[in-house]
Design a protein around this ligand. Structure first.
Ligand SMILES: *Cc1c(COP(=O)(O)O)cnc(C)c1O
Length: 391
């Protein structure tokens, strides 16, 4: 066993079921481990490294900011933050931005905002947030509470009160959960951790409409779906709906810890002095990375994402052992025949030189958004070979 793996087991808390690989470098869509073995990267650090490993432009943006000032504090103005915020507002039509460090923190902020919006306007008691069964919103106590999966509601009692869980795509069930206590509905347009399940467009539109009608805040968790992943800058844009709050993180800074919460007209003034804050959120290096990333999520890249989606579907649909392909853009779920276990396919993939993920019983692919046709094809061939090897 590698010394690194031994030392990890000695001193790092045992919360991850790690594969026996020590990744040390790479370039673009290729990863390299400590033994020099190469892998096609269909994980991109769980959707964070959207331009791959050590992309030249991204590296330049990060290093250049690191030579100027690595951190200020949110007591002072900072140009990198301002540039990202302006770009986000321009590109989305949202009004204001708060910067965080992660997806969970972004959702925490959204939850606080939803409750305060309702408290300010309607007084106490209108605090319930409806989320979906199979959702995933993070690992803090409040975002675990928001997550609509029983496996996450263990051990850490008491959880945060005021969350109701609706089965996805069931309009009648959702209607029956909405009451005069409801302050927000929060969705992922494609449930990521929950199994790469895309919501129906009619369902998304219904939520947007009912929220508007009843002055309930419409929150879209774009932590995984955002920043080009589905072939749109933010996935909600595909449906012509307008959320009141958008949360994001993962790919936003191309692999640095950075999150953002975007506020629309209703919510732009909800949080004010002293009601929210963070030490590191909006960090200049992360912000410089995010600015660089956001300027590059253009139509050309988004079309590339859609093209690569087609290539994946063409190569995989109808292949032995593959039942269906789910998700949107380069957020791909692969439903396998019962005889295959997703975790075994992923483990075999590592042997064969492709790094993949699972989501529930599916194999999940989140390649870099700029992955070349050649690398994508190579990785898909390795995936098919891994399934063949397990036959
Ligand atoms: C990953 C994820 C989160 C949590 O993000 P962290 O950065 O791990 O806190 C929240 N929501 C969704 C949809 C996610 O995919």
């Amino acid at each position: 066993m590698s010394q690194i793996i031994f030392d990890d087991n000695e001193n790092i808390l045992n919360t991850y079921k790690r594969f026996n690989v020590v990744l040390t470098g790479g370039k673009g869509s290729t990863l390299i481990d400590e033994n020099g073995k190469k892998y096609i990267d269909f994980n991109s650090g769980i959707g964070t490294n959207i331009f791959g490993i050590c992309d030249d432009e991204w590296t330049k943006a990060v290093c250049s900011q690191a030579t100027k000032i690595q951190h200020t504090s949110n007591l002072y103005y900072s140009e990198p933050q301002v540039k990202v915020a302006r770009l986000l507002c321009e590109k989305t039509g949202m009004k204001k931005v708060f910067f965080s460090n992660s997806g969970a923190e972004s959702n925490e902020c959204a939850i606080k905002t939803a409750r305060k919006y309702s408290f300010d306007k309607y007084g106490e008691g209108r605090y319930e947030i409806i989320t979906l069964i199979n959702s995933f919103h993070g690992r803090t106590i409040a975002t675990l509470s928001a997550t609509g999966q029983d496996v996450f509601h263990q051990f850490f009692f008491p959880f945060v009160d005021g969350f109701k869980y609706a089965p996805a795509n069931d309009i009648e069930a959702l209607k029956s959960l909405i009451s005069n206590k409801t302050c927000a509905i929060m969705i992922e347009t494609v449930q990521g951790e929950g199994g790469v399940n895309a919501l129906n467009p009619e369902y998304i539109k219904f939520i947007a409409d009912v929220c508007k009608e009843k002055d309930i805040l419409f929150i879209v968790d774009e932590v995984q779906t955002g920043n080009g992943r589905t072939g749109y800058l933010y996935s909600y844009m595909e449906y012509g709906v307008k959320p009141d709050i958008v949360t994001t993180a993962k790919g936003l800074a191309g692999g640095l810890p950075f999150g953002a919460i975007l506020f629309g007209e209703k919510t732009e003034k909800t949080l004010s002095y002293g009601q929210h804050g963070t030490t590191f959120g909006g960090n200049p290096i992360c912000a410089a990375a995010a600015y660089s990333v956001l300027t590059r999520i253009d139509d050309k890249l988004l079309n590339h994402v859609k093209e690569m989606r087609k290539l994946i579907e063409t190569k995989l649909i109808g292949k032995e052992g593959i039942k269906s392909i789910s998700g949107k853009g380069l957020m791909v779920g692969i439903e396998l025949d019962e005889k295959y276990k997703a975790s075994e396919v992923v483990a075999k993939g590592i042997e064969n030189g492709v790094i993949m993920l699972t989501a529930k019983t599916k194999v999940r692919l989140l390649p870099p958004l700029n992955i070349s046709k050649e690398d994508l094809t190579k990785g898909l061939d390795l995936l098919l070979k891994s399934m063949e090897d397990l036959k």
